[in-house]
Design a protein. Structure first.
Length: 436
């Protein structure tokens, strides 16, 4: 698969270059030159395939000529010791649970695959790389777990002190080995800025092969298409068309669903579900893209004012607004509506949703009402509710169980390097105290 920049189709890159560069030099986004179709024979009996078999087929179709099927089998075997089960909560409504990975959020699907693919390329070259990543919460945990003890890769994660939940902080700060956490006395934006500056610094670049693990990396986006195929496989026997509602922030998840659709997955429609950070739903109704600064909500992993994958999402439809709106509808909800949905679903079905999942649930219900269509509805659950335990317990008025995997973290002491948000301090740390 050859990639090119969204800003300049003549700027091309191989898969390996696209993964290690993360962004093209002109600051566009990497897009596949051409989207190959999944084999029709494969779709005919996809219901008999496991998650891993589906992932191998999709990845082989996409990476033909760059990574062989048997290498991909190996990569996927390493990346995925968890699945994406479908759970029914009403006769026509299903949850696609994406929180069974090590950090208990859907970002594990991208981070684990990216780590395994990078490691595949590094083993062939004996280079070493350093991943720098800024996190406002969930990305850091998934990246830390994804790259933990991967040979040839060290990871430095910057997070804003006091602005991530206790569980999220423990996920970053208790692994050790090749994972270093830096607790920045500042905001997420400060962390992001320090990482961006590091990538531009000649001295650091001379010292390290720096790489990024942010959500616009194509190696995080592509594997997220696997579970759209897997959801289809699990629901195929119902014989109805499928509508996916995707709770969205940077729109990597929805872009991956659209990639699956463009590869030939039968999808009736998508709902782009957001909180009040609603630039994309507003674009879908008006045709105007007018991003606003982000605002804080209870579904905070989706508090993105200007989604980084928006350009990609449009490009999948040839930048034709009309075509985008034929396939995607938008919906956005307030915190009150989100909490109300969490309570209603819990009271009627006993199913506990995190706030992001509740936004997706609401988007699906809204589309069902407005379209009047008959379909199998799937809303994506992007995080385990226990990751947001205080909010969930307060909303439902009862205590919920914490999975052992999260509970045990709370008893491990955190290890983090404290730092002021100045580039000089950051650079000094990387070149001296944290130098490998
Ligand atoms: C990152 C995240 C999202 C948003 O996903 P995008 O791909 O950025 O749209 C939604 N829910 C949770 C729990 C997340 O961590």
């Amino acid at each position: 698969m050859i990639f090119h920049s969204t800003k300049n189709a003549a700027l091309k890159a191989s898969l390996e270059e696209a993964i290690f560069n993360s962004l093209p030099p002109d600051n566009g986004l990497y897009m596949p030159e051409y989207i190959p179709k999944i084999s029709e024979d494969f779709l005919v009996d996809i219901e008999n395939r496991s998650f891993k078999e589906i992932a191998v087929e999709v990845a082989t179709t996409l990476f033909e000529g760059e990574i062989t099927r048997s290498e991909l089998e190996n990569i996927i075997e390493h990346a995925y010791d968890f699945e994406a089960p479908i759970v029914g909560i009403a006769p026509e409504d299903y949850v696609l649970e994406l929180f069974h990975g090590p950090s208990m959020a859907f970002k594990d699907f991208g981070a684990r695959f990216m780590a395994a693919v990078m490691s595949h390329f590094l083993l062939k070259s004996d280079r070493e790389i350093k991943i720098l990543v800024a996190t406002s919460g969930d990305t850091g945990g998934a990246v830390a777990q994804g790259f933990y003890q991967v040979p040839g890769i060290s990871v430095t994660i910057l997070y804003p002190s006091g602005k991530v939940s206790e569980i999220q902080e423990k996920q970053l700060t208790t692994l050790g080995h090749n994972v270093t956490a830096i607790e920045v006395n500042g905001t997420f934006d400060d962390c992001q800025k320090l990482v961006k500056e590091a990538f531009l610094d000649p001295e650091l670049r001379q010292h390290y092969n720096l790489a990024s693990a942010n959500s616009i990396n194509i190696a995080r986006l592509i594997p997220q298409s696997f579970y759209f195929f897997s959801a289809f496989a699990q629901l195929k026997k119902l014989g109805k068309s499928i509508v996916f509602s995707v709770p969205s922030g940077n729109f990597g998840n929805l872009s991956a669903g659209v990639l699956a659709f463009r590869m030939g997955l039968p999808v009736e429609h998508f709902v782009a579900s957001t909180n009040l950070n609603n630039a994309v739903p507003r674009y879908l109704t008006s045709g105007l893209y007018d991003p606003h600064p982000s605002i804080e909500t209870i579904s905070n992993a989706m508090d993105v004012g200007s989604p980084s994958n928006f350009v990609r999402l449009q490009r999948f439809f040839g930048d034709d607004w009309k075509l985008v709106t034929e396939k995607i509808s938008g919906a956005f909800f307030t915190d009150e509506e989100t909490q109300q949905a969490m309570r209603e679903v819990f009271e009627s079905t006993n199913y506990v949703m995190c706030p992001h999942t509740a936004v997706a649930y609401l988007g699906l219900q809204k589309y069902r009402k407005e379209s009047g269509a008959d379909f199998t509805g799937v809303f994506l659950s992007t995080a385990h509710p226990a990751k947001f335990i205080d909010l969930v317990e307060q909303t439902l008025g009862k205590s919920i169980e914490i999975p052992a995997r999260l509970e045990s973290l709370l008893h491990i002491e955190k290890v983090a390097v404290k730092m002021e948000p100045t580039f000089e301090d950051f650079k000094n740390l990387l070149l001296n105290e944290l130098a490998l």
